[in-house]
Design a protein. Structure first.
Length: 82
């Protein structure tokens, strides 16, 4: 599933994610995959995750940040040479 980080408090070790469907889910520090725990500002960063728990207490687990893929610029073949 995909969503965006709303915030994460490093001191309290928890935060919230807004899913693409509009559901607000809690996420604990141990809910991130190894090496993915946020440091510093993380609001509005896109994440992927799974939802664990029942309707009463659902939370995000296995959270990872989506890396932005920068498209390559087209090559200029034969232009500008002369």
């Amino acid at each position: 599933m995909r969503g965006q980080m709303l915030w994460f408090n490093e001191t309290k070790d928890h935060g919230f994610i807004m899913t693409d469907e509009g559901e607000r889910l809690a996420v604990a520090g141990d809910g991130f995959k190894p090496g993915e725990r946020p440091q510093g500002r993380c609001a509005h960063r896109e994440v992927t995750f799974v939802i664990m728990g029942s309707n009463g207490s659902r939370e995000a687990r296995d959270v990872t940040f989506v890396t932005d893929v920068v498209p390559r610029k087209p090559r200029m073949r034969g232009r500008g040479r002369g």
